[in-house]
Design a protein around this ligand. Structure first.
Ligand code: EPZ
Length: 455
């Protein structure tokens, strides 16, 4: 399939169908990526379970292989990483440019080689992706850090990093992960203050402990690490993806449905579930399941995104789409990223009444009016999910371009939603005729290839 056809792959959503039933969530993207990077620190092979089958994971796989690791799929969701032949501390730009999380490699490469050369993550549609907090941590652990030709170059002054005190100006998921990854094999004890408490950071710390690292305090605001000479291989299962779980629940709520998500961790979504209850959703949960019954929505609510345990910024877009269906006024204030409302323009094309005040990064939603299906374009992973949620609630058909973004963070989202009764279908540009979706006619989707070389 050529790149032009790939760009034409779309998701077609037929709205107005109430979602109901149970669906199992998959492993967490934002735990799998740093844990795959952390596997480089082991002296023997690591086997990981519940690795999601998403494109961000395949890019991370290619990065690890480019550095000399040997990877083997052992069945659905199971991956073995053998880092015993690592041959390079320089990550290739062609791969890093596709994945901001590639920056998680700096800590492990410093730990293995005492040196790391990784392209800077650059900007993305969410806004600036600064690295000053990462660099602050590396310097505090005895590394010299410089930026040259778009690369971050970090070199341990002594052969091994040394333990130290790191106080973060603000919690940062990425900087906390990188500091942790650099500290576990440093010489001495490290104290990390004002750290991120996200479940994915905790999962990374638990994985490192399983490999023999000495880490305590993760999940709180201060982590203490006693460096050890080396880490050993281990078999480990990644936690459930709370953002995918939340997206599935919001899809059900937007259609006034009754959806249960299984194999998830309810406490990872505590505030999100409280916010759904404020809108009139009946939320019940057990050890590893959450049920959201949304037959009677009473109104909207106010959201402020914040570091965990605050409302997760990655659920801000799907939540905003759901709030567009809730009668009354709602507000969503985004405090983590400075440009995370670009998808609102696409929602407006579906009839949503949302106004974004740039000065305080806050959206004001006047909800309740019916949404109408429209062709829309996803600018990033979670915005793509927001457009799917809106499409499920809308009258008529919504066609979403930019499916490659959704595929970065969601494993076959259309299959999970179809299992709940959603009318959602992937239509790739190369198949000129899209299989009819249930009760509505679909138009043939002309492939670019069919339009000849001038396309
Ligand atoms: C992680 O990104 C997640 N990505 C993001 O999920 C998530 O939105 C974010 O954490 C917040 O929860 C992965 O885990 C792969 P940060 P990360 O460092 O690590 C500023 C998704 O859709 N900052 O907590 O980049 C930064 O500019 C993605 O799955 C600095 O100023 O998040 C941003 O405004 C999107 N200096 C804020 O902190 C730094 O050195 C949060 O960044 C680092 C960050």
């Amino acid at each position: 399939m050529n790149v032009l056809d790939r760009l034409e792959t779309t998701l077609r959503v037929r709205g107005g169908h109430r979602l109901s039933g149970s669906v199992e969530t998959h492993g967490a993207k934002n735990a799998a990526l740093p844990i795959m990077a952390a596997a480089l620190l082991a002296k023997s092979p690591v086997t990981l379970h519940r690795i999601p089958n998403i494109t961000d994971v395949s890019v991370m796989r290619q990065l690890l292989e480019a550095l000399g690791a040997r990877l083997r799929s052992e069945g659905p969701g199971t991956l073995t990483i053998d880092p015993s032949n690592l041959s390079s501390y320089r990550a290739p730009y062609t791969l890093v440019r596709k994945l901001a999380a590639s920056f998680d490699l700096v800590g492990p490469l410093l730990g293995v080689f005492g040196r790391a050369e990784v392209p800077l993550p650059g900007g993305c549609v969410l806004g600036t992706r600064a690295t000053d907090l990462h660099e602050h941590a590396f310097r505090a652990l005895g590394a010299e850090v410089s930026n040259a030709h778009g690369y971050l170059i970090a070199t341990a002054v002594a052969r091994r990093l040394r333990g130290g005190e790191v106080a973060f100006r603000q919690p940062s998921v990425g900087a906390t992960k990188n500091a942790l990854l650099a500290a576990v094999v440093a010489d001495g004890t490290t104290t990390l203050r004002n750290v991120a408490m996200e479940p994915e950071v905790v999962d990374l710390a638990n994985f490192l402990v399983a490999m023999g690292a000495r880490v305590r305090g993760h999940g709180g605001d201060t982590i203490v690490v006693e460096g050890v000479p080396e880490l050993h291989g281990v078999e480990y299962e990644i936690i459930a993806d709370r953002i995918v779980s939340g997206t599935l629940l919001l899809s059900g709520c937007a259609t006034r449905g009754d959806v249960t998500v299984e194999r998830c961790v309810p406490e990872h979504l505590a505030l999100t579930l409280a916010k759904l209850s404020e809108c009139g959703v009946k939320v019940t949960s057990g050890t590893d399941w959450i049920r959201a019954e949304a037959e009677r929505i009473t109104g909207g609510t106010d959201i402020l995104t914040a570091p965990h345990p605050g409302f997760p910024t990655d659920l801000q877009p799907p939540m905003l789409s759901f709030l567009c269906t809730c009668p009354g006024i709602s507000t969503v204030e985004e405090t983590i990223f400075n440009a995370r409302f670009s998808y609102v323009n696409e929602l407006a094309r579906m009839g949503a009444d949302v106004r974004v005040a740039i000065e305080n990064n806050t959206a004001l939603i006047k909800g309740g009016a019916p949404l109408s299906g429209a062709p829309v374009e996803a600018p990033d992973i979670r915005a793509g999910a927001a457009l799917v949620v809106a499409g499920l609630a809308a009258q008529g058909e919504t066609e979403i371009i930019g499916l490659e973004y959704v595929d970065r963070g969601y494993e076959r989202l259309e299959e999970m939603l179809s299992a709940l009764g959603g009318q959602v279908q992937r239509s790739s540009g190369i198949s000129p005729v899209v299989e009819p979706l249930g009760t509505f006619e679909t138009t043939a989707y002309p492939s670019l290839a069919a339009r000849g070389p001038s396309a």
